[in-house]
Ligand binder design. Structure first.
Ligand code: CDP
Length: 232
């Protein structure tokens, strides 16, 4: 049996950590679609491309040069693993703008659908349950208040040694929430058949536990699927 789990939600809900843990516990693959949007945003920054002015032709040309692969939960862009360079605040500032471009969404959605084909996988993002995997076997939407999400993200960035203020983190989160939820193509919103979990007062472990309870009640005791063991 193939099982595809969509995990959507805004920044700072613990989506990535939760998605990775679920994939690990089930022994199945994991795809971080935000990393793909971030990688494209990084290319915009490196090449000084302006998302407000870029033409469809330039974008079409750009995507001809781009090849994503997913190997054992790691994403590769043109053969190179994506690293921390896509997580810096500069990328955070432009990514939602870049992610609102129709062609960028079409191209990345196609790639994400292809990478999720014929395998059990946990896919996390903003539009997985609504657009990328509308037939996913399970759809989860994680939420939390903006302040709580900013607190979590602030802690994470400080622990990585970044010099940033809480206010800056909160502003970025609010700005991205606004852009992600109001864009025309594939806005951030729960799919009608998704299960919404508010994570305000929950630890990562508690969220993972809740999702496993849902999985178990839906599919029987699902301890491990273990399709991707050849990754160690
Ligand atoms: O980890 P964090 O929540 O900060 O964000 P991310 O998952 O790395 O995604 C970065 C940005 O990419 C989001 O704010 C969205 O603008 C965009 N994104 C999207 O539009 N659709 C997705 N499926 C995933 C990310």
């Amino acid at each position: 049996m193939k099982i595809r789990i969509a995990i959507d939600g805004p920044a700072g809900t613990g989506k990535s950590t939760v998605a990775k843990k679920i994939a690990e516990k089930l022994g199945i693959d994991y795809l971080d679609t935000g990393a793909m949007y971030r990688a494209i945003a990084k290319i915009f920054l490196d090449r000084k491309l302006n998302p407000d002015e870029i033409s469809e032709k330039t974008l079409e040309e750009l995507f001809k040069e781009i090849k994503f692969d997913l190997k054992c939960e790691k994403l590769y862009l043109n053969g190179k693993p994506l690293g921390d360079e896509i997580r810096n605040p500069e990328v955070g500032k432009v990514v939602s703008k870049v992610a609102s471009l129709k062609i960028v969404r079409e191209k990345l959605t196609d790639i994400q659908k292809r990478l999720s084909e014929n395998r059990s996988i946990v896919v996390e993002g903003r539009d997985i349950g609504t657009v990328v995997l509308p037939n996913a076997e399970l759809k989860i939407f994680l939420t939390a208040s903006a302040t709580e999400r900013a607190k979590r993200r602030f802690k994470e960035l400080i622990s990585k040694g970044l010099k940033i203020s809480f206010q800056e983190v909160l502003d970025e989160i609010l700005q991205r929430d606004k852009l992600d939820s109001s864009r025309e193509v594939a806005p951030l919103k729960p799919a009608e058949d998704s299960i919404i979990i508010n994570t305000d007062n929950l630890t990562i472990e508690q969220v993972v536990e809740k999702i496993f309870e849902i999985l178990n009640s839906k599919f029987g005791r699902l301890v491990s699927i273990n399709e991707t063991n050849n990754c160690q």
